[in-house]
Every structure is written in structure tokens, then in C-alpha cells.
Design a protein around this ligand. Structure first.
Ligand code: SF4
Length: 316
């Protein structure tokens, strides 16, 4: 079966219609965030290499554009940390030769301490990095980084990047109840964020199923208080409502429920079974778990999704 490295366009709260591009295989990442919606990291690494050849990605992207795909952004992101692909810079450069659609990079920012990585994303129009902790201890608790990545090196890399980068930086701060969401935390974050000085600050929380069940969402009221402390550039972007019914495609939802009625599946199983990208599947899952149509169960270290007891045919 042909591997798809380009998906969408999908609706994105931060980027409008986003045409996504995968630069690394599923869960190759320098972090293993407790809130990750894609499950636990399979390969935690800081090794940069051509995980996926950019020629293959570019070929698929050009095909999509030729078929008439319209998007507000082409988003370099996917199922792990995109800057781990050592050809990120070449890909962004080539995309810009083929289209005028602006390029966004969704990154955890962990490798920005390396000047080569900073250089590789300079041509993007907007970079959306993360900052989920304000000290080493929080960094280890929330992001569970590769042992060679230190909090201060990561954030100083981000500050350095901001000084030379001509595009916009929209910083995401992911907060979790009982972990990094108090007003005292917000004051500590503010210290670092003022040094980064991004154009926008997006505050998010775990409204969809996370890698760890103890990564719990923050209430909308607490989110607004946290946001206020960070100042007027900060806004809440947590999709508390998830995909509205009219935004979800009936055929995808039907196929998903059909599959889960036959057997419990991991996110990976669903994505390959339906040929729909994991990020897109998560939006459906979020809404269906919330209205109790499906449920999550943990077995060993894997998260499975299944229909409610009355609609199920088989057990794991
Ligand atoms: S949330 Fe992003 S940075 Fe964190 S583990 Fe998942 S893919 Fe990696």
C-alpha cells in the first residue's frame, strides 16, 4: 500500500485550512509528552536524518496541488518532530518554488539550540513552537525529553531563533490540571515568554485523549485566568467543543464506528484501516468519546478504542 505523507486539507483552529505534510514516521520524536494525542513515543531520538525522502513528499504534495487542493497553509508537522528530518530546510525551499501557499512549521522546538536546525526553518512563513514548562523539573515531567535536551538550551535556542527569524512565531503553551496550570506557573511562564517575544501565544489543554490518563484538562475558567496573566497576545485555542457535527464527514464517522464494532483498535489501526491521517481521526474520536458512543481502554501500554458495551461484537 502506498504511504501517504500529505494529508488534508483539514480544518485547524490555528491555521484555517491546513494541508499537512509528514516528515518523520509515526512517533519518531525527541519528546514523549504526557499529553500527546498520538500515544507514547516509539523512537525517542535527537538523531537528524532523512527519515522520509523529501522527493517523495514533494511529489505527493505537487500531485495534491495539481488536483486543486486549496489551503490557507501547508503545514510541516505530522506524527512526530519534523525538524528531526535533516532535509526539512530543502523541503521548505522546494515547496516555496512550487506554490504561493504560505508554509507553517509545527515543532516542539527542542532542537532549536542547534544553529543548523534554526537555519533549516528560516524560510517558513510562520513557526509554531511549544513551551510547556518553565523549568527543568516541569520539562521532564511534561515533555519527558531525550536525556540530552536540557530546558535552558531549548528555550535559549528559541530566543536566538526569534532574533533572526523574519517570519511570525506563534507559541503554544499546553497546560494540564494539577501540573503546570496555576497562576504562579503563569507568572513563571511569563518570564520566559517575554524573552521569546512571540507574535501570538496560544494556550491549549488536553481536551482529547492523552498518552497518560493523569494528563487532565484545565477548565475554561482557569484557562482564561492563566491567559490574562500572560497578557493581550495570549488566547485560548483549546478545542473544547471539538469538531462540530456539521464539520465531521458522515462517511468517515460511519466507517470508524463500523470498524470499532468489529474489534477494538489503536489509533494506528484506525488510521491505516481507513486511510485517514491520525490527526484527523483524533478529532472524530474526541467527539465520540465525549458523547460516550465509543470508549477508551488501556491494555499493556496501548490505548484501544471500542464501541460502547451494547454495540460491541468482540473483546480484545
Ligand atoms: S506532543 Fe508532539 S512533541 Fe510531544 S510527544 Fe507528541 S509528537 Fe512529540
Amino acid at each position: 500500500m502506498m504511504k501517504h505523507f500529505v494529508y488534508g486539507p483539514v480544518p485547524s483552529r490555528r491555521l484555517g485550512r491546513s494541508l499537512g505534510v509528514d516528515l518523520v514516521p509515526y512517533k519518531v520524536c525527541s519528546y514523549d509528552c504526557i499529553y500527546c494525542q498520538l500515544g507514547r513515543t516509539k523512537e525517542k531520538t535527537i538523531e537528524r536524518k532523512p527519515y522520509i525522502a523529501v522527493e517523495r513528499i514533494l511529489e505527493q504534495l505537487c500531485q495534491k496541488l495539481k488536483e486543486g487542493a486549496r489551503a490557507d497553509y501547508i503545514t510541516v508537522a505530522g506524527s512526530g518532530e519534523p525538524t528531526l528530518n535533516s532535509q526539512t530546510g530543502a523541503l521548505i525551499h522546494d515547496i516555496k518554488k512550487h506554490t504561493e501557499i504560505p508554509v507553517a512549521v509545527l515543532t516542539n522546538g527542542s532542537l532549536l539550540g542547534d544553529s543548523e536546525v534554526r537555519e533549516s526553518i528560516m524560510e517558513a512563513d510562520v513557526v509554531l513552537p511549544s513551551l510547556d514548562a518553565h523549568d527543568q523539573e516541569g520539562f521532564e515531567t511534561i515533555n519527558r525529553p531525550h536525556p540530552e535536551i536540557k530546558f535552558e538550551t531549548m528555550v535559549e535556542g528559541l530566543i536566538d531563533f526569534r532574533k533572526k527569524y523574519p517570519g511570525e512565531i506563534w507559541l503554544e503553551v499546553f497546560i494540564l490540571d494539577g501540573i503546570n496550570a496555576t497562576e504562579a506557573d503563569a507568572i513563571q511562564f511569563k518570564h520566559w515568554i517575554e524573552r521569546v517575544n512571540p507574535q501570538k501565544i496560544h494556550i491549549n489543554t488536553a481536551v482529547r485523549p492523552s498518552a497518560e490518563t493523569y494528563a487532565r484538562q484545565v477548565s475554561p475558567e482557569k484557562m482564561s485566568r492563566f491567559c490574562k496573566i500572560l497578557g493581550e497576545k495570549a488566547e485560548v485555542i483549546a478545542p473544547y467543543k471539538d469538531l462540530e457535527k456539521h464539520e465531521r464527514r458522515a462517511d468517515v464517522e460511519e466507517d470508524l464506528l463500523d470498524l470499532l464494532a468489529r474489534r477494538p483498535c489503536t489509533l494506528d489501526d484506525i488510521s491505516s484501516g481507513l486511510s485517514v491521517h491520525k490527526n484527523e481521526i483524533l478529532k472524530y474520536i474526541g467527539a465520540l468519546v465525549k458523547n460516550h458512543t465509543i470508549e477508551m481502554v488501556k491494555k499493556d501500554s496501548l490505548v484501544y478504542y471500542q464501541r460502547g458495551p451494547d454495540k460491541r461484537n468482540k473483546k480484545i
